[in-house]
Design a protein around this ligand. Structure first.
Ligand code: GLN
Length: 445
């Protein structure tokens, strides 16, 4: 009830939610009370959470921030939602996002963006901006987001909270509306590393409904939060301190790395030489995959259908009028990159360079246990500042994209302020070694 009041008070300013589910929340809270009394509660029973609106929820509208799905009510739950329900959590609603998770500022939401709780003239980051703002503003104790190129980590940094993109395959993608299937991962946001560890433990694990989910046991992540990081080797990749990075952000990140050293870790300068290709490679591969994934939104199978003169005209009107500008731009870029004659020059080439980026990481793991780097080259920017310049917007993801291309995990923990706005330290790990990231993040925070 306290959170429902807080949501009601802050929503007119922040707009973190696309759909609120107060009735469902109170019903689940009552069930949680009974479960606690009956003595079979989990650590998450009764904990109020929010879900990014790209994750399907049975009987609760799921829009993906798009007019195309404005009134779509899914008939099933995503696996991550089923797992939370089994643990007895309370669902407060569905969180705002850039349309189909394409964006870095939340300004691409078809229903109007979310504002950053630290400064409401600024963006919360994106695409999981609603998920990050809701936690930062105390509207939810934790939330789920998705990360294809930085959409959990960048908003976590810009809103001063903890966010984790797990290893590709760690968490089931069943019931995530696909943007770029080889990059998408679902992960948690919370105010502390311990809360993130608890949420990860609950949503992770093999799922026969997702053929790319890994059949590996889920560790007890909270047990890894020992506070002791002595002897760990932490690599600092020079390429992540990019030209144009705000000096205050660089200072905060370098100070955090010094503190990790003081805790007993060994700091090693390393190089990931193909980092500079991550941005162009991502902006071929992600649009290519999105152009095929979004073909299903034809007005026939899902959501809203606009009138037209025959089937093709209906499909054209629906897609032409209901997809926003960024989504159409990506579908066009992706269709172009996949078309015969260009496929070899763009898509195949991008896949080859992706292998080189992945190899950079494989090689660095022989020298270090994890990496520490900035998350975003800037603090939260002003609403409208980059809205008309897609390339400037894409550039804000330089530090997060390589991690998705390599499929490795990334944890963001707050690391102080620059210009009174939060900054985030990004810890990058070996595949399926979220435990080490959480251990270091916990010791540091
Ligand atoms: N900002 C990046 C993009 O627009 C990443 C988005 C994401 O991770 N979903 O594609």
């Amino acid at each position: 009830e306290a959170l429902l009041e807080r949501i009601a008070a802050l929503e007119p300013t922040l707009h973190s939610f696309l759909t609120q589910t107060p009735d469902l929340a109170l019903q689940q809270a009552q069930a949680a009370d009974e479960r606690i009394k009956a003595g079979n509660a989990t650590s998450l029973t009764g904990i109020p959470l929010g879900i990014k609106d790209v994750i399907v929820t049975k009987d609760v509208r799921t829009t993906c921030g798009s007019k195309v799905l404005e009134n779509w009510v899914p008939p099933y739950d995503a696996t991550v939602v089923s797992k939370l329900n089994e643990a007895g959590t309370v669902t407060l609603g569905k969180l705002n996002m850039d349309e189909f998770a394409m964006g870095s500022s939340n300004e691409n939401s078809a229903f109007g963006g979310t504002r950053n709780p630290w400064d409401t003239e600024r963006v919360p980051g994106g695409s999981s901006g609603g998920s990050a703002a809701a936690v930062a503003a105390g509207q939810a104790f934790g939330t789920l987001g998705t990360d294809t190129g930085g959409s959990i980590r960048q908003p976590a940094a810009l809103c001063g909270i903890v966010g984790l993109k797990p290893t590709y395959g760690r968490v089931s993608r069943y019931g995530l509306v696909a943007f770029a299937s080889s990059l998408d991962q679902c992960g948690p946001f919370a105010r502390t590393v311990e809360d993130v560890a608890l949420l990860l433990e609950t949503i992770a694990g093999h799922d026969p409904k997702d053929s790319t989910s890994a059949n590996l046991p889920v560790p007890d992540y909270r047990a890894s939060l020992t506070g002791d990081i002595r002897g760990l080797k932490v690599g600092v990749p020079s390429e992540y301190f990019v030209d144009g990075m705000e000096p205050g952000v660089e200072k905060a990140v370098r100070t955090a790395i010094e503190q990790i050293k003081d805790l007993g870790a060994e700091i090693v300068e390393v190089s990931l030489p193909h980092t500079k290709y991550a941005l162009p490679v991502y902006y071929i591969i992600a649009p290519a995959e999105c152009s095929t994934n979004l073909a299903r939104f034809d007005g026939v199978r899902y959501g809203v259908r606009l009138e037209g003169n025959g089937l093709f005209d209906e499909i054209e009107s629906t897609r032409g009028q209901l997809f926003g500008a960024e989504v159409r731009r990506r579908i066009m870029l992706g269709t172009y990159a996949l078309s015969s004659g260009y496929y070899d020059a763009y898509y195949r080439r991008a896949q080859q360079v992706r292998t080189l980026i992945r190899r950079d990481f494989q090689e660095v793991w022989s020298k270090v246990d994890l990496l520490a780097a900035p998350t975003s080259p800037s603090v939260a920017f002003k609403i409208g500042e980059k809205a008309d310049d897609p390339v400037a917007m894409y550039l804000s993801d330089v530090c997060t994209l390589p991690i998705n291309l390599a499929g490795v995990p990334g944890l963001v923990v707050p690391c102080g302020f620059s210009d009174n706005l939060p900054t985030g330290l990004q810890l990058i790990g070996k595949p399926f070694d979220e435990a080490t990231l959480l251990r270091v993040g916990h010791a540091y925070e």
